[in-house]
Design a protein around this ligand. Structure first.
Ligand SMILES: Nc1nc2c(ncn2[C@@H]2O[C@H](COP(=O)(O)OP(=O)(O)OP(=O)(O)O)[C@@H](O)[C@H]2O)c(=O)[nH]1
Ligand SMILES: [Mg+2]
Length: 347
């Protein structure tokens, strides 16, 4: 992922030219401000922090908690995140660009190979890597596979032992002891992404490890994903919360169109309200998948539609009409055209 510095350069130019346009002030009056700005320039930290780990360890929950708002979908099913997204946190101290990634797993389909490629590219981009492990899970083959992946990493790696809110305290120390011998971690921090335990500590240590550099993104930017991609993800999150077994793995969502329209208010003739019309296709692999998502008498798809619509309405602050269709496409997980379509939505 190439580092973008355009925002900084443009911002700096604007500030400088504004300064030039103003009538000159006496030197003494300008000096303290200039000094403070110079000092900030020398200490301002900016960099990429990749969140990696096995599926379900809490990476997306963590990026949402660190940003203080939901930018990534979360579920209790593994392999929820399929495409990496950025979560940009800008403060007075610095700009941390978190990368939420798919969980590390052995890829079987083209979809999964693409997911792992996102992880590898995040590892190459990042200045610090945060490896999340689930404190409730025993060490296994999946963890060995993750440690293999770390061989590619040349930057500092923090080990985050997540979900400490639901384990006994005396189980954490043996975990730290075990992992200490497996990899030279820069820091080992027990956290809870859900309840916020030690997230301030983590942030402080990240600032310490990031390079001194100017911002890469403007203060307003919080993510790199398009609205279209976010809406597709929200619909998928609602599906994931209602289905089980293989369904979560064989479902994808594509937003066909987003149209801004006007809706007449029948109680007030002549008055219209903004309405957003969103058409989405839900991909599944088999006819029986379609039947499950539709549900008895269409109840499940209706429920999914209601939940997704409400969340999208709260983001757009308009009325939303959500039109959901289901398409059966056998083997879409190995179909480059479908995968390109889904990935292309990110913008
Ligand atoms: N108790 C507890 N649950 C957590 C915590 N962090 C995440 N979870 C839960 O763990 C599950 C997985 O969370 P996600 O954030 O989707 O995990 P992920 O690592 O992004 O998963 P993938 O995208 O599949 O790789 C969800 O049910 C979360 O609510 C935590 O700190 N404590
Ligand atoms: Mg995730």
């Amino acid at each position: 992922m190439p580092k973008r510095a355009a925002g900084v350069v443009a911002g700096a130019k604007t500030a400088a030219s504004k300064e030039r346009a103003k009538p000159a002030k006496p030197r003494a009056a300008r000096a303290p401000r200039k000094k403070a700005a110079e000092k900030e320039k020398k200490t301002y930290k900016t960099g990429y922090v990749a969140l990696i780990g096995r599926p379900n360890t809490g990476k997306s929950t963590l990026i949402n908690a660190l940003l203080g708002r939901k930018i990534a979908i979360v579920s209790d099913k593994p392999q929820t995140t399929r495409i990496s997204i950025l979560g940009i946190k800008t403060t007075e101290k610095g700009q941390i660009i978190f990368i939420d990634n798919p969980g590390i797993h052995k890829p079987l389909h083209t979809l999964n190979k693409r997911m792992m490629n996102f992880v590898y590219s995040a590892l190459e981009t990042s200045d610090v890597v945060c490896l999340l492990i689930d404190a409730t899970e025993k060490f296994g083959h999946g963890d060995e596979y993750v440690l293999e992946t770390l061989k590619r990493v040349k930057t500092p790696v923090f080990l985050l032992i997540n979900k400490v809110d639901i384990v006994r305290k005396d189980t954490i120390l043996p975990m730290i002891e075990k992992y200490k011998d497996l990899y030279p971690f820069e820091e080992i921090i027990p956290i809870s992404a859900l309840t916020g335990v030690n997230l301030d500590v983590l942030e402080g240590l990240l600032y310490g490890a990031l390079p001194v550099a100017d911002k890469l993104y403007s203060d307003e930017e919080i993510s790199d994903q398009s609205e279209r991609f976010l809406f597709a993800e929200i619909i998928r999150e609602k599906i994931l919360s209602h289905v089980k077994e293989e369904l979560p793995f064989v479902t994808a969502v594509y937003i066909e169109s987003i149209e801004n329209k006007e809706q007449a208010d029948w109680k007030k003739p002549g008055v219209t309200r903004p309405l957003t019309l969103i058409r989405a296709t839900i991909y599944v692999e088999k006819d029986n998948h379609r039947a499950i998502i539709i549900g008895r008498q269409g109840r499940l798809i209706k429920q999914i539609g209601i939940e997704a619509r409400q969340e999208i309405e709260s983001i757009l602050e308009t009325k939303v009409y959500l039109d959901l269709h289901i398409k059966v496409r056998e083997g879409w997980r190995d179909a480059e055209d479908v995968l390109d379509l889904i990935e292309g939505q990110k913008g």
